[in-house]
Design a protein around this ligand. Structure first.
Ligand SMILES: Cc1ncc(COP(=O)(O)O)c(C=O)c1O
Length: 379
């Protein structure tokens, strides 16, 4: 028997691959220091955080020798009021990514599997793999459907078996941008068998402008096995501080609490999130600005003959065709970073974060230059 460290690790860990950020962003920033790098790969907010965050952060600088509040009491109280949901049914994470991993630890294992749709957020299968759980991937809606490549509720329900314990979906979904309307989500939840917990990941909820969409938070009182996740990384503009939230029935949240590291959210994150949540006007402004730019950018890309999927998030999934990798490389040379989709099995697509008008302008100028060199017959 070999005693190399690799062989000593659990099999589930040996099979894992480390996170692939798509690009070496630090190297690219150094390379493009003169004109600045345009970062449209991470679905971060180009409108930044509320001005109130800075003031709240300054106040946290005095007590750096103390641990943060291990219970996140103030933030949870604010979230409870904001969502009209009991504090005991809220758990905080170092980003919602951490919470998704803990949800996997709580419910999944070699005999307790995960069901996701094709083109679901990449973290869900990672959470399953980390605990050696099988993953069943339901086929997505076809590319010519109204919600191209989006989640198919019928296929997901059909993929659920006796050993399924968890179903994860994002609404709106990353990377497709597609969404389920209220009736569809409610019908799906009502038809889930009782041995299955469902995560509805609402990382992009605040960007939604379709009035037919509803937050699953409203459905929590009716569905005891439903977990809803939110994040401060997107519309609140606090990705650097890592604050995520999960809401569910207190008994379900109690299970995740047992796995939570006691000081998982630091005091800057707690204070900044509280200030960001209180500034609803900022969220409304960014939502509106994003929706305007989302429509404009999609229209401009379609004018260039590109196919752009429907989206309610702060990003577009764009099909560039067989020379997609070349186009991506060309954009990079011009200091524009977007997200390649090879890892999702969408080698002809790039995901582009919606930025401010000047960001879209720079992107389109760079893209036109690249398309001129790559040739008109590529898309
Ligand atoms: C659908 C979805 N869920 C969760 C996350 C993770 O967000 P965070 O860990 O920053 O809260 C992301 C990040 O891109 C996402 O796209």
């Amino acid at each position: 028997m070999s005693f190399g460290v690799e062989s000593l690790a659990r099999e589930a860990v040996r099979r894992l691959k480390p996170y692939d950020p798509g690009h070496d962003i630090v190297a690219l920033r150094e390379q493009h220091a003169e004109h600045g790098l345009l970062e449209l790969g991470g679905n971060e907010s180009h409108w930044g955080a509320s001005g109130d965050v800075e003031i709240a952060l300054a106040a946290t600088m005095t007590d750096l020798c103390r641990y943060p509040d291990p219970l996140g009491t103030r933030l949870k109280r604010a979230l409870a009021a904001h969502y009209d949901h009991p504090s005991a049914g809220i758990v905080l994470g170092n980003g919602s990514h951490e919470l998704l991993m803990q949800i996997g630890q709580a419910f999944l294992g070699p005999d307790a599997g995960l069901v996701v749709s094709r083109y679901a957020f990449a973290v869900y299968p990672i959470a399953a793999a980390a605990v050696g759980a099988p993953v069943t991937v339901a086929p997505a809606l076809p590319a010519d459907a109204e919600m191209a490549l989006g989640h198919d509720p019928e296929a997901m329900l059909a993929a659920i078996g006796p050993d399924t314990r968890l179903v994860c979906l994002a609404n709106p979904n990353n990377p497709t941008g597609t969404w389920w309307r209220a009736a569809q989500l409610e019908d799906f939840l009502a038809r889930l068998p009782r041995h299955v917990v469902c995560v509805v990941d609402e990382a992009y909820a605040e960007y939604v402008t379709d009035p037919a969409w509803r937050s699953a938070i409203e459905l929590l009182p009716r569905f005891p096995r439903l977990l809803v996740t939110r994040t401060f990384s997107k519309i609140h503009g606090l990705a650097a501080l890592r604050v995520g939230v999960a809401l569910a029935a207190p008994s379900l949240v109690g299970l995740i609490e047992r796995l939570r590291e006691s000081f998982n959210v630091n005091q800057m994150g707690l204070a900044a999130a509280e200030a960001a949540l209180a500034d609803r006007a900022h969220v409304d402004r960014v939502c509106q600005a994003n929706a305007e730019q989302r429509d404009r950018l999609a229209a401009a890309l379609r004018l260039r003959g590109l196919s752009v999927g429907p989206t309610q998030g702060n990003f577009l999934l764009v099909r560039f065709g067989p020379r997609c990798a070349e186009i991506d490389a060309g954009l990079l040379r011009q200091g524009v970073v977007v997200r390649p989709m090879r890892g999702y099995g969408l080698a002809e697509h790039l995901r582009i974060t919606v930025g401010r008008p000047e960001d879209s302008e720079r992107l389109l100028t760079a893209l036109d230059a690249v398309l001129a060199t790559v040739g008109p017959d590529t898309v």
